[in-house]
Design a protein around this ligand. Structure first.
Ligand SMILES: Cc1cc2nc3c(=O)[nH]c(=O)nc-3n(C[C@H](O)[C@H](O)[C@H](O)COP(=O)(O)O)c2cc1C
Length: 240
């Protein structure tokens, strides 16, 4: 596939076909992605691949955690305080989730969310349907493979940068192989379920997950939010 075609065809897939990803195909896209550049060539990330029984266990456990956290949000103050003290039901990821978006970025976030819900016919105040759609994150949108990416804390933001370069490389390789993918910050909300299945090396922190599989024909996969053009992202020079 031509590079430009792969760039244009890649988009976030949020519903996957009931079809496994062949081992050799998965291996081949990973082999391509690990050629990505990184800070001093350190490749400061580690990958945990969930498939089969491990994935099914996570697909059961993570939505439970999400439901519980959502219920807590609506609970009386005392219940919330107890949960906060015991950390019971609250996210236990390595990085703090973004709860409040910066004011200048919020409109972009709102427009993207609105576009997705409109496409799915979910009304603005239909909290139940919104919750269900959000919960699909924790079911990996039905994907047969999920990859969790951990970054070395010792390189600070640079390992995060490298993981981003790796992420796009992996998603493009997946597109080239006819696969779909969705990068998911949501999959970094809970770390403890992963510790039950993987011996994650010390000093590696969970940054995001990626669901991978063959895209289904569901209309959610037609969602393609518009992007800011280059002109909107350029910082003009100061007048002399
Ligand atoms: C680091 C990162 C985290 C993301 N987290 C999520 C997520 O948790 N759930 C989700 O549905 N999409 C997630 N996305 C997908 C973005 O919403 C998507 O990339 C954006 O809306 C642009 O759409 P496109 O990927 O189709 O071009 C994430 C993307 C990135 C790069």
């Amino acid at each position: 596939m031509e590079f430009r075609e792969a760039m244009a065809r890649r988009h976030s897939v949020r519903d996957f076909a009931d079809r496994p990803v062949e081992d050799e195909v998965l291996r081949s896209i990973l082999d391509v992605a690990v050629t990505a550049p990184s800070w001093s060539n350190t490749q400061p990330y580690q990958l945990a691949i969930a498939q089969g029984a491990v994935l099914e266990d996570l697909r059961a456990e993570l939505p439970r955690r999400f439901d519980r956290a959502a219920a807590l949000q609506r609970a009386p103050m005392l219940t919330k305080a107890r949960a906060w003290l015991s950390r019971d039901g609250l996210p236990d990821g390595d990085f703090k989730p973004v709860l409040k978006y910066p004011r200048d970025l919020q409109p972009r976030r709102v427009a993207t969310g609105r576009g997705l819900y409109e496409l799915l016919g979910i009304g603005r105040h239909d909290y139940q349907a919104r919750h269900q759609q959000m919960a699909e994150n924790f079911r990996f949108f039905g994907a047969p493979v999920a990859i969790f990416v951990f970054v070395h804390e010792g390189l600070g933001v640079y390992s995060v940068l490298d993981a981003g370069v790796f992420l796009q490389s992996l998603m493009l390789a997946a597109t080239d192989a006819g696969l779909g993918s969705c990068a998911q910050g949501a999959l970094a909300l809970w770390r403890s379920p992963l510790d039950q299945h993987f011996d994650i090396p010390e000093r590696y922190k969970l940054l995001f997950g990626i669901s991978i599989g063959y895209p289904s024909n569901h209309r959610v996969n037609q969602f393609q939010p518009d992007k800011l053009g280059v002109d909107k992202l350029l910082i003009p020079t100061r007048p002399a």
